[in-house]
Design a binder for this molecule. Structure first.
Ligand SMILES: Cc1ncc(COP(=O)(O)O)c(C=O)c1O
Length: 341
């Protein structure tokens, strides 16, 4: 380890901290340059960049974890590379080759190694890869140039209170349109979620649930996380809809539920007025990890799942296995772990 940093690992939130190095690469004249690590966290771009006016940008989020032996590992970074390219294709941006994406993440973690929180603190190093349309342009059309960057920040758990149940309300507005961009990790979805998030927070909820934009009858997302429920028959159920962001954590939990807990797993519609079928529920994502859902307020009624204070046993077990895999305490399925050397 190169250098000591003065951080209270136990009390980290989810806030920007300027770490030492970030990666930047430019796409010009139809190709990517080699990319490099830089110290400056300011980006200088044309005032006419498409990312500023037309939301031509996408991003990713993943974490680096410290193992008991002090090694550093990334969780399923190849899946983030694939998902970013799905978003890029949707917004007519150039592909970032998977090897380039993974190498950029590795370089950033390695260069900021001293910011990877120690094993056992619950804190991690969050990585934010992003791809933005830049260059001189004014018409509504794809940018002439692109910037791919990755920076990192040490973070604590996303929802304050850690593995304690959180309550949610149902948003009055949709985060994405039917047949829109809900299934892609693009900035516009998040801009349109800010108001609903504020309304939920102002009303005392951790965040809001978004219903499917076409019928407003089914659960799509839980803030910036996916929903899962455990039915009274011990099945793992998670919603299916074209406007849900395909969560890498969700697909990992589906595999964990099936292979480690031997549970039947279903991706299917989850109706907001049929929450009684679940004995436990949770929100899952890189930032949220697994956040147990205490209850959901919908049309003036408050539905409690397992308990408002206690975490259900299946949720606890899913959390133990997922986090165990991420920090190297539980054996991972083939190909899930990428060691940073
Ligand atoms: C809208 C939304 N849904 C779900 C997720 C969870 O996805 P993942 O598990 O890949 O982090 C995220 C991102 O973290 C998100 O922004």
């Amino acid at each position: 380890m190169s250098k000591e940093v003065n951080i209270d690992w136990g009390n980290l939130g989810f806030s920007y901290i300027k770490t030492d190095f970030r990666y930047i690469s430019m796409w010009k004249d139809g190709k990517w340059d080699d990319g490099k690590l830089v110290e400056d966290n300011m980006i200088s771009i044309s005032e006419a960049s498409t990312c500023l006016h037309y939301g031509q940008e996408c991003f990713e989020g993943l974490k680096a974890y410290r193992t008991k032996e002090g090694k550093i590992q990334l969780f399923r970074v190849d899946k983030n590379a694939e998902r970013m390219n799905t978003s890029a294709e949707k917004l007519l941006m150039p592909e970032v080759p998977k090897e380039k994406f993974i190498d950029a993440c590795m370089q950033v973690v390695k260069a900021n190694e001293h910011y990877v929180p120690p094993y056992g603190t619950g804190a991690t190093l969050y990585l934010r890869p992003f791809l933005i349309g830049v260059g001189d342009n004014i018409g509504v059309k794809p940018a002439p140039e692109y910037l791919f960057g990755v920076f990192c920040i040490p973070v604590g758990p996303y929802f304050k209170g850690g593995m304690a149940p959180c309550n949610f309300n149902v948003a009055d507005y949709d985060r994405a349109a039917p047949r829109g961009t809900g299934g892609y990790k693009v900035g516009g979805n998040y801009a349109s979620s800010l108001n609903s998030h504020k309304m939920a927070a102002d009303a005392g909820f951790a965040d809001c649930i978004y219903l499917d934009p076409a019928t407003n009858t089914k659960i799509d997302e839980v803030g910036a996380a996916n929903f899962f429920g455990i039915t009274k028959n011990d099945e793992f159920v998670t919603p299916v809809s074209p406007s849900i962001l395909p969560s890498i954590t969700k697909y990992s939990l589906m595999q964990i539920a099936k292979d480690y807990l031997k549970m039947p797993v279903y991706e299917r519609e989850v109706f907001i007025d049929k929450l009684d079928e679940f004995k436990e529920a949770g929100a899952c994502g890189t930032a949220a990890v697994i956040t147990p859902i205490g209850g959901i307020e919908y049309k003036g009624k408050f539905h409690v799942f397992y308990d408002e204070k206690e975490v259900g046993p299946v949720t606890k077990e899913l959390y133990r296995i997922l986090c165990g895999i991420q920090v190297g305490d539980v054996e991972a399925p083939e190909g899930w772990i990428f060691e940073v050397k």
